[in-house]
Ligand binder design. Structure first.
Ligand SMILES: Cc1cc2nc3c(=O)[nH]c(=O)nc-3n(C[C@H](O)[C@H](O)[C@H](O)COP(=O)(O)OP(=O)(O)OC[C@H]3O[C@@H](n4cnc5c(N)ncnc54)[C@H](O)[C@@H]3O)c2cc1C
Length: 417
């Protein structure tokens, strides 16, 4: 078996993991990034949630660094525009999210990884993880490949705390998790020319007969068609934590799309209905979270607690999706929550960090912390910490906070100090 050595091995090249890898690579760490899919960006790109936010709060930028660099480069290269961040959004927080071309973001992220010296390994995943005296031995399996990596530091950016699960660390998970969404866009109809009342009655009847499910269009066909679909349907019980559950989640997402298209095709006004966009994966909002040295609670989040070991800000309403929708709870004026390093370190475990939506947090805090700008900021903090820990032959908890913050600032991140 081929043997590789790394200072930092990052599992999961999604929203957080990509940034962690670029950061570790830019600090000179020998970095390997293993991604089970075919491109970087995870939910941002493959999941189609190409609207990262929120980098700004109350008229000022609170998250910057490598995530912001890639986001702005993507917008610039594609001739797009950034929102006017000075203009308050009120309750329409999504107006400060940045619209991206996801595929371009993935290409630029890949380019940045390569430039930073990161060894990219697509189509692979850890098949065995063993803790050794001074780090980890990980077997990565893939299509026709099986390699063994000796890594000093491991960063779990799988979104599901999968590596933590593989080594039997405790994980938190709700009995009922938030629904997922298969992002797709319909076109070829004019919503203004539709008899929406009659269509709603037909959709309700189709739900009764079993031809449609209420989660296919979140009960309101007018609302659904007004936005062309996009982020509007729900897949209850969506779960990306194993290949089996993820396969089932993707199939259920696509079955929903087919139900909706077949239903609409029979209705007046949809003769030229077409699918303008269809993501290859159902986006999943919530699975496992680690039990960390620190757990961020909803009270910490909504009161804007500044943790002693804060390494980044986070900003978003509490945003818990239930089966038929979401009612965001906005933060009080001036509040900007923080992310402690301790929430990225599994309790009692050496040489392992997590970044992304599986950080240690209670469910409601997580519903806000999981958004992309926050995941990118966590990724950068984990990348710095893992690289410094590897260099000093120590564990993340023993890396001096002042060094982590200094490095983050040097790499254009914003640190709450
Ligand atoms: C439908 C939906 C709408 C959302 N809306 C918004 C929004 O409007 N604004 C916003 O900012 N955020 C939004 N979010 C939240 C946000 O997009 C995610 O929480 C965030 O992107 C998660 O980042 P992550 O890095 O934790 O995981 P991901 O980006 O999902 O990355 C995980 C990566 O790990 C890889 N992986 C997993 N397991 C393995 C393994 N064993 N081996 C190798 N690779 C592995 C995956 O392939 C993936 O690339 C939304 C999420 C969803 C699902």
């Amino acid at each position: 078996m081929k043997r590789l050595a790394a200072d930092v091995l990052i599992v999961g090249g999604g929203t957080a993991g990509t940034i962690a890898a670029i950061q570790a690579g830019r600090l000179g760490a020998r970095t390997i990034l293993v991604e089970a899919g075919s491109q970087l960006g995870g939910t941002t790109t493959t999941g189609g949630v190409d609207i990262p936010g929120l980098f700004h709060a109350w008229g000022r930028q609170v998250i910057a660094g490598i995530g912001w660099e890639l986001v702005t480069r993507t917008v610039e290269l594609n001739g797009g525009n950034l929102p006017d961040f000075k203009k308050p959004t009120g309750r329409q927080h999504w107006k400060h999210q940045v619209r991206l071309c996801g595929a371009l973001y993935a290409a630029l992220a890949e380019e940045a990884c390569v430039k930073a010296g990161v060894q990219l390994r697509y189509y692979e995943f850890p098949a065995a993880v063993e803790q050794t005296g001074d780090g980890w031995t990980i077997r990565l399996d893939g299509k026709g490949t099986s390699v063994e990596v000796a890594a000093k530091q491991l960063v779990d950016c799988t979104g599901n705390a999968s590596v933590a699960g593989m080594i039997s660390l405790p994980r938190q998970r709700e009995k009922t998790t938030q629904p997922g969404t298969l992002i797709y866009r319909l076109g070829g109809y004019d919503v203004r020319s539709l008899d929406l009342k009659a269509l709603q009655a037909k959709a309700t009847a189709a739900v009764k007969s079993g031809a449609l499910k209420p989660t296919d269009f979140n009960k309101s066909i007018a609302g659904f068609l007004g936005g062309g679909g996009e982020n509007a349907m729900h897949v209850p019980g969506a779960d990306s934590s194993t290949s089996e559950t993820h396969t089932a989640t993707n199939i259920r997402g696509r079955q929903s799309l087919l139900r909706v298209v077949r239903f609409l095709k029979q209705e007046p006004g949809f003769a030229t209905l077409r699918i303008e966009r269809l993501q290859p994966e159902t986006g999943v909002r919530e699975t496992f979270r680690i039990v960390g040295e620190t757990t961020v609670t909803v009270k910490d989040y909504t009161t804007g607690r500044v943790f002693d070991d804060a390494v980044a800000y986070s900003f978003y309403p509490i945003d818990l999706h239930v089966e038929h929708g979401v009612k965001p709870e906005h933060l009080k004026e001036g509040i900007v929550p923080t992310i402690p390093l301790g929430a990225l370190i599994p309790k009692g475990c050496k040489n392992l960090m997590v970044a992304g939506r599986c950080l240690s947090s209670d469910r409601l805090a997580n519903s806000a912390l999981r958004v992309q700008a926050s995941c990118m900021a966590m990724g950068q903090a984990a990348g710095v910490t893992a690289a410094l820990a590897a260099n000093a032959a120590t564990t993340p908890l023993n890396v001096p906070l002042a060094d982590i913050r200094r490095r983050l600032l040097e790499h254009s991140a914003i640190v709450p100090i």
